[in-house]
Design a protein around this ligand. Structure first.
Ligand code: P1T
Length: 379
């Protein structure tokens, strides 16, 4: 099946009890057992819930796997993946990852004896030279948050797996979604998502997911999902399942609008740099075009007048709402250095204070362009 069909049918079937076409929200913590220790597949909702199972099967299928797990947030998903490691293990991560990912790595997992180093993963040579004998995980975001750098997943997978078969390549596919890019098919071992973003698609739910290629890794992750317990509730699973059905049509429009905005910003006299994976000026545009179906809905840009100008633009749009997060139908604007990526301040991952990030929504492109033009005119 093509992904446009999968988003509507994968993981779903009419409810056997009632024929309900939409997955029921099984709002229950526990399940009646027929005999002591004999249940019908579900015993307790931290361990398993039918609405969650439908979402997990759907997301696994979208990433080309059979092994999906849903979590209470993207960070909960990332947390569980790191728990696969042991003290003394080294993680080689991208030097431009989501601020919350860096915060979890740097302030929490480092305390538990994991080592982290950060390189520019868009340059495969830096990945190669960054690997150590104890490297057990390579962590890629592509495109990255917030600079939209693109890493060549196949090239990195060849390097990582060429060196050691037990080093896991993890890709955070939140920005691209499986509609644009399928990391497992390109050689990754594990994909993580913040389903809060494009998969949910409507800014009304917080969630995460982990999809793995290997059944044994999935078994370990499922154990951790139950043992640590950061599971999503059934209503949240329903909302993500509902959002996912329109993922392809939304992503096409997000990308169409984002490309128009990137083009406008790249010609604007007050803008120093425009970052968009499919824009001809993007340093990895060729890799992006090979690896992704379209350029996605995120655009970042640096203002010539720095932090003050960034703040002015972010506070003077009317259609773009000043808010963290991304991937909803409505356009959002933010200043990463002091908002989503504030935790990277004073670290090697610190973000340019003049950078503005846009999550381009599904409004008419002309209205979005006028809104930006108006905000930029006051700089
Ligand atoms: O917010 P949460 O669902 O826990 O997901 C964390 C996360 C993981 N990975 C990436 C690439 C992300 O962008 C995020 C969350 N990002 C934002 C909230 C943001 O505004 O960038």
């Amino acid at each position: 099946m093509q992904i446009e069909t999968q988003v509507i049918h994968a993981g779903r079937s009419a409810d056997p009890a009632t024929g309900a076409v939409m997955p029921p929200i099984y709002q229950t913590s526990t399940y009646k057992q027929d005999r002591v220790g004999q249940h019908r597949g579900y015993e307790y909702s931290r361990t398993g819930n039918p609405t969650r199972a439908a979402l997990e099967a759907c997301l696994a299928a979208l990433e080309g796997s059979e092994h999906g797990l849903a979590f209470a947030s993207g960070m909960a998903a990332i947390d569980v993946v790191l728990r696969l490691l042991s003290p003394g293990d080294h993680v080689l991560a991208g030097n431009d990852v989501y601020g919350g990912t860096f915060r979890l790595f740097d302030s929490e997992f480092r305390r538990y004896g994991l080592e982290f180093t950060y390189v520019d993963t868009s340059d495969p040579a830096q990945v190669e030279s960054g690997l150590r004998p104890n490297t057990r995980m390579v962590w890629l975001e592509t495109p990255t948050n917030p600079l939209l750098n693109v890493s060549d997943i196949s090239a990195v997978a060849r390097i990582v797996h060429g060196r050691s078969s037990d080093t896991l390549l993890v890709v955070d596919n939140t920005f691209a979604t499986p509609y644009l890019q399928r990391p497992l098919e390109l050689g990754a071992d594990i994909v993580v998502h913040s389903t809060t973003k494009y998969l949910g698609g409507h800014s009304d739910v917080v969630g995460g997911a982990v999809i793995s290629r290997d059944a044994d890794i999935h078994t370990r992750l499922a154990f951790l999902q139950n043992a640590a317990g950061a599971v999503p509730g059934p209503l949240d699973c329903f909302l993500v399942l509902r959002g996912v059905q329109t993922l392809p049509v939304r992503m096409d429009r997000h990308a169409e609008n984002a490309a128009a905005i990137a083009d406008f910003l790249s010609r604007h006299p007050k803008v120093a740099v425009t970052l968009y994976p499919f824009h001809p000026s993007h340093p990895q545009a060729a890799t992006a075009r090979r690896q992704m179906r379209n350029g996605g809905g995120m655009v970042s840009f640096v203002l010539k007048n720095g932090a003050e100008a960034a703040r002015h633009v972010a506070e003077n749009t009317s259609l773009f709402t000043l808010a963290e997060s991304l991937g909803g139908v409505e356009s959002l604007i933010e200043v990463p250095a002091v908002m989503t990526h504030a935790s990277t301040a004073d670290s090697p991952l610190a973000v340019d204070p003049g950078l503005v990030r846009l999550s381009v929504g599904l409004e008419h492109a002309d209205d979005l362009l006028s809104d930006l033009e108006h905000a930029l005119s006051g700089v």
